[in-house]
Design a protein around this ligand. Structure first.
Ligand code: GAR
Length: 193
């Protein structure tokens, strides 16, 4: 666990692949006094990721990497993280599975948000699978990242009720609203705040 002494915010990088609505909520959170983190770097595998524009708006450095040569790229990222004194990583809609080597270098310091009530529905296409199985509830989970997909220690979860005429789209939207509240709460919890 990263220790927050209350004097300096913990420099954090957020990894994204798409819209970046969780990134947006994390940036907003990072600016309040009680936040133990500051967002100092945005990393993406996707040059078209909409969330990248949040870097420009908020004056946060952003870097895009092509993950075709994953091992090499991860090592480049590790040196950039070091250069920027990044001590914590938040994955927020980042659709690349990081290698064991990378995760071990940041052990206990990488968080992820997943749109299901883990350990149920790990992986992709979560909402459709939940609906296919006629679940009554779904939700979202913030967890520590370990080398197994969506399997690290759970920090916090939020349950949502599935409505009668729920669609994949409406469910995603409903859960996303909760994700934006859950991620900051989970960060506070990891710092015992
Ligand atoms: C979020 O619902 C997040 O939980 C999910 O992608 C969406 C990203 O939205 N992540 C995963 O599915 C990871 N396996 P955003 O780009 O608007 O934050």
């Amino acid at each position: 666990m990263v220790k927050f002494t209350g004097y300096k915010k913990i420099k954090t990088a957020v990894f994204i692949s798409g819209t970046g609505s969780n990134l947006k909520s994390l940036i907003k959170f990072s600016k309040i006094i009680k936040s133990p983190i500051s967002i100092n770097l945005i990393i993406s595998n996707n040059p078209e990721a909409k969330g990248l524009k949040l870097g420009r708006i908020n004056n946060i450095k952003k870097k895009v990497f092509n993950f075709k040569k994953k091992y090499k790229v991860e090592n480049q990222i590790l040196s950039i993280l070091k250069e920027h004194e990044i001590k914590m990583i938040c994955l927020a809609g980042f659709m690349i599975v990081l290698s064991k080597n990378f995760i071990n270098k940041f052990r206990g310091k990488i968080l992820n948000i997943h749109p299901s009530l883990l350990p149920k529905y790990k992986g992709l296409n979560t909402h459709q699978r939940v609906l296919n199985n006629k679940e009554k509830y779904s939700g979202c989970t913030v967890h520590f990242v370990n080398s197994k997909l969506d399997s690290g220690k759970i920090i916090l979860q939020k349950k949502v009720k599935i409505s009668k005429n729920e669609t994949k789209k409406s469910l995603a939207k409903k859960i996303l609203v909760q994700e934006h509240k859950l991620y900051p709460k989970a960060i506070l919890k990891t710092f015992n705040l």
